[in-house]
Design a protein around this ligand. Structure first.
Ligand code: NAG
Ligand code: NAG
Ligand code: NAG
Ligand code: NAG
Ligand code: NAG
Ligand code: NAG
Length: 638
């Protein structure tokens, strides 16, 4: 026994000494995961992805940090990427590991997210920010084969990995490698984490890695951290740190150590209880989900919606009674419902055809929408599909929609502050749909009746993501559903040309309605004033924008310069040249910047028609013959 021990030690020492000589990027694959969602604009997506990969390469070549990040976010296919190299690898090996990781992660194709974990490095990209993520569902251990002959090895592993998990968060760069009693170990967090998140992640890693014992080597992999032990050295001797310096036991006091071990044990027990509860919880909430893939680091993956029972919704809405009806939207009627737990919800009964393909797209669209979480977007709580009925359950907004406050009997007048907040909130919500969610969602039907207000008058956009449920996606020629003329960008209404700037246009029109308190088309105002956009442009050219402001607002409580600035943003949004309109994330910045936009808006195009339905909000006149009956007239300068 002791001879074997001596021999192993000699072998170890031999390896230890010789490792530095071998350039090794450590590309043993531990984990690979891809998002199940594909980018919609693939050429744009791949261009962004390639550019982030080459950024990461340059940053590692610069040779300062072992964790590097980059992002390409100024388009509808955003890519956020993070590369974390083990600090004990040489720069050349880091570059080798990166190249191998890029190669591997390309197997995700156009998937909007991908992660690959090698022994030597971690590469991850997503369509949304994730750099602060530590431990996520899917964290796991990857264990080696066989058992070690060394007695006391398991105890030494537990001790070393425990020390590493406690010390690493206190070390600059969150990385530590050490050797104790024939065990080689390393722990690392992405340098972008906070110390607390790093510590939490490594605690989970520590718990996971114990499962590998008595194997001779093992790893813990997670979104934000990595841990590894082995009976063979995998770093050079001069890469180790003295953990005692970071564990507050330089005095070697066994009492202190005892306290620390006690804390660790308590933490581990606490963690086990928590993970057990989490396990029960996820089991409970997963029971109803289908297709939720337990992929590693899957936090940005899509989760399935909650399925409500039909009879619960039926009784909640008093059998979809007239008295519970809140309104009729483009996609179907909406009812107020009170669930058994007293929670009030809005139930939308979809009026879409019931073909098999419609049902299939219902499932995937609803799954997509139920993953959209933003304070300015109405939450989808769940769904229900029963024979002829497709039902969507949304959070309930007591104040109803914005149009009530703008064009209703005006019992409650919105202040400028409230109007401005609504405008900014809308911009943020739409910007999220376009730029920050996994896939770019174009709303296509932004209008005041789709903007709901919560108790604090914060706007929440409704009805996003539903357009795809329409058969054949011919929405642009069927304004009954998509796009109420008056809010619809001309290139979309006429040619079906769809980009996210279609929403920018509608947003601009809604801003003008919010400021003026009048509809974009109001025949009561006579032929010269009927169309809001024409009128606004006239006022803009005459330098008379103060005329536009809703007379029911108190002039003392708004700053005219600020209102003027917002009007100018609106004019930029409704420009006829699609490329001149700001993206919604640019619109947010324009709105929040004190300075007046430097750009001068170009004159918008006004939709006209030969049979006098120009700008009409009623949609009945618009059918698939839209293209024939509508013509564009450039508004002539006066
Ligand atoms: C994504 O694309 C891959 C191949 O390009 C395809 O196999 C997969 O089904 C697509 N996924 C979705 C959700 O469309
Ligand atoms: C993809 O994005 C590029 C760049 O923004 C744009 O030129 C192209 O038209 C887009 N393609 C599609 C199919 O939307
Ligand atoms: C991205 O890089 C890959 C591999 O180098 C290449 O095949 C592909 O054409 C590139 N795509 C774009 C859009 O640049
Ligand atoms: C390295 O990281 C530090 C802190 O995270 C950062 O300030 C610095 O810019 C980074 N250097 C490079 C070359 O990326
Ligand atoms: C486990 O051992 C077998 C045979 O020794 C080997 O083929 C296999 O690759 C090993 N697996 C791992 C994960 O090391
Ligand atoms: C560690 O030692 C190797 C040779 O054994 C040397 O090449 C390397 O520069 C050293 N690294 C540090 C950080 O001192």
């Amino acid at each position: 026994m002791s001879r074997r021990f001596v021999i192993s030690t000699i072998v170890l020492l031999f390896l230890w000494d010789h490792l530095p000589a071998i350039a090794d990027p450590q590309t043993n694959l531990l984990n690979l995961g891809c998002s199940t969602y594909n980018a919609t604009n693939k050429s744009l997506f791949f261009a962004n992805l390639n550019s982030t990969f080459s950024d990461l390469h340059s940053e590692i070549s610069a040779g300062i940090n072992s964790t590097v990040t980059t992002e390409e976010t100024h388009s509808s296919a955003p890519v956020y990427a993070l590369f974390s190299c083990r600090t004990y690898l040489s720069q050349a090996d880091c570059l080798g590991c990166l190249a191998a990781a890029v190669d591997k992660v390309r197997s995700c194709g156009a998937g909007t997210g991908g992660r690959v974990i090698f022994d030597g490095c971690t590469l991850r990209y997503e369509s949304a920010p994730f750099f602060d993520q530590g431990t996520l569902p899917g964290n796991t251990a990857v264990c080696g084969n066989g058992t070690t002959a060394l007695p006391g090895f398991p105890a030494a592993v537990s001790s070393l990995t425990g020390d590493l998990s406690l010390a690493a968060p206190s070390i600059v760069g969150y990385s530590a490698a050490a050797e104790e009693g024939g065990v080689y170990g390393a722990a690392q967090c992405a340098a972008t984490l906070s110390k607390e998140v790093c510590a939490q992640c490594l605690q989970v890693a520590y718990t996971n890695i114990q499962q590998c014992l008595p194997a001779g080597n093992g790893r813990s992999v997670d979104a934000g951290c990595f841990m590894r032990f082995s009976n063979v050295g995998f770093f050079t001797a001069n890469q180790t740190v003295d953990l005692a310096l970071y564990l507050g036991r330089s005095g070697g006091s066994s009492k202190k150590r005892g306290i620390i071990i006690g804390c660790v044990i308590a933490a581990v027990i606490g963690l086990l209880i928590l993970s057990f509860l989490a396990f029960l919880w996820t089991r409970k909430s997963r029971r109803r989900e289908d297709g939720w893939k337990g992929d590693i680091l899957g936090a940005t993956e899509l989760r399935g919606p909650v399925n409500f029972r039909y009879r619960d919704l039926k009784s909640a809405t008093k059998n979809f009674s007239q008295e519970n009806k809140l309104g009729e939207g483009g996609f179907g009627d909406v009812y107020k419902g009170t669930l058994k737990n007293k929670k009030v919800v809005a139930v939308k009964r979809l009026a879409v055809s019931q073909t098999e393909s419609a049902k299939a797209s219902f499932q995937s669209e609803v799954k997509l929408i139920s993953n959209v979480h933003h304070r300015n977007l109405v939450r989808l709580l769940g769904c229900c599909s029963k024979s002829q009925d497709l039902l969507l359950v949304y959070e309930y907004m007591g104040r109803g929609s914005l149009d009530r406050f703008l064009f209703g009997e005006k019992k409650e007048v919105l202040s400028w502050k409230q109007r401005f907040n609504i405008i900014v909130g809308m911009a943020k919500g739409i910007s999220y749909l376009h730029h920050e969610f996994h896939v770019c969602i174009i709303h296509r039907d932004i209008k005041p009746s789709n903007i709901l207000l919560d108790d604090n008058f914060q706007p929440k956009i409704a009805d996003f993501g539903l357009v795809k449920l329409l058969p054949g996606d011919q929405s642009h020629v069927s304004t009954k559903f998509a796009g109420t003329l008056g809010y619809t960008a001309p290139e979309y209404a006429l040619h079906g040309q769809l980009t996210e700037k279609v929403d920018t246009y509608s947003f601009g029109v809604v801003i003008l309605e919010i400021i003026s308190g009048r509809r974009n088309s109001d025949p009561k105002l006579g032929p010269s004033n009927q169309y809001l956009l024409e009128w606004v442009w006239q006022l803009y050219e005459d330098g008379d924008l103060v005329e536009l402001i809703d007379k029911s607002m108190d002039p003392d409580e708004y700053d005219f310069e600020e209102v003027k600035r917002v009007i100018k943003v609106a004019l930029l949004c409704i420009q006829s040249m699609v490329s001149l309109r700001p993206t919604m994330s640019e619109a947010v910045i324009l709105l929040l910047t004190q300075a007046e936009p430097k750009l001068d808006p170009m004159r918008p195009i006004f939709i006209d028609s030969v049979n006098g339905v120009r700008g009409e909000t009623s949609s009945s006149a618009y059918t698939s013959t839209t293209q024939a009956t509508v013509s564009i007239t450039q508004f002539s300068a006066r």
